[in-house]
Design a protein around this ligand. Sequence first.
Ligand code: NIG
Ligand code: FE
Length: 418
Amino acid sequence: MLCTGETRVSDTAVVTGIGELATGRPQPVENSSLEARRPRGALSVLRDAAFVVQDGHVAWVGPAARAPAADTLIDLGGRAVVPGFVDSHAHLVFAGERAAEFEARMTGSPYTAGGIRTTVAATRAADDQRLRANVRSLVAEMARQGTTTVECKTGYGLTVEDEVRAIRIAREECDVATFLGAHVVPTEFSGRGDEYVDLVRGPMLEACAPHADYVDVFCERGAFSEAQSRLILDAAVSRGLPVRLHANQLGRGPGVQLAVEYGAASADHCTYLTDDDVAALARSSTVATLLPGVEFSTRSPYPDARRLIDAGAVVALATDCNPGSCYTSSMPFCIALAVREMRMSPAEALLAATLGGASALGRTDVGHLTVGARADFAVLDAPSYLHLSYRPGVPLVAGTFKRGLLVAEGKAQVKLGE
Ligand code: NIG
Ligand code: FE
């Protein structure tokens, strides 16, 4: 059997009885190293499929009738399997919550970047143990909903010391760690934004860089201007750190064009785009990461995914899990929103939540289940991946496997290990 926890009792397992196996097929474009790291792809759906897991990776995929022998057999009884979701945008290192702010929004107040400062105060007051426990609990919550790869940003510390502990925790508890010292200008720098930018691009970046996979900037009215964003992006690039941006969330602005100009891995939010922004994304290897939970939770217009896809941009879906603009950890919820509200087909939404997220993180080993991929997958208590959007709000994930090991069970009555 495959088992939970750290122990692995079997090196080879065949997963069979899969009603429907939906897996992205990465399609790297030849002759471009950037494209190869951020592959486009297509969804392929196999019925009555099986696959073999060996040493935590997919070793074989094909019709169940032709499955090779293995040490262990896991029969899923007709359930669907999808690649584990890749949540490429989340802010998990924080303390406290902002339900009252959400209530105010739902009764007419607009979302502004300023609310971030409330969480900064709570985060600074919390000790490492508390912050780490919160991250762990959110990562576990994500796993119960099928997520196997998590990107986590800092951005609620905003002093050198608090950002360093945040990036360390992000690195230790999540798959990808992003330094977001440029989240908002903290209260003590009020009216001195440029001085804060100098702190971020100087000592703060210096201290956080060893632990960071990416540098992010919230380029937006109320956060950081184009000129300030450039200074921080330049500092990241000169250290050889790849960048990503929060761009065009609250209005049109320079964020998306900056992301493309700097070769950012992703431009995230993309809620308000001009035709030029769409064209720039389509021409680039920068992934457009859409976060529909934010529009839901801030009662804002949804980005138009159809426009981006039709133009040829690579699109990812992520939760943006954070205590302010969107406190959901559920990729299935985001998939359902994307299909209902953003003109994405169910196949496009699943692809964006798996291979799209992997592309946004520059990862080729996750987000799909072709031979050689990490055996990260979610078993649905449903016959087809279509149910992710067809049955919104229903906890369909029966079990989540990471590197072939069961890491979370969504429903106690489904015995995946037997
Ligand atoms: O992605 N936009 C900036 N940061 C987060 C919100 C953080 C907060 O409101 O606490 C976001 O929406
Ligand atoms: Fe965000």
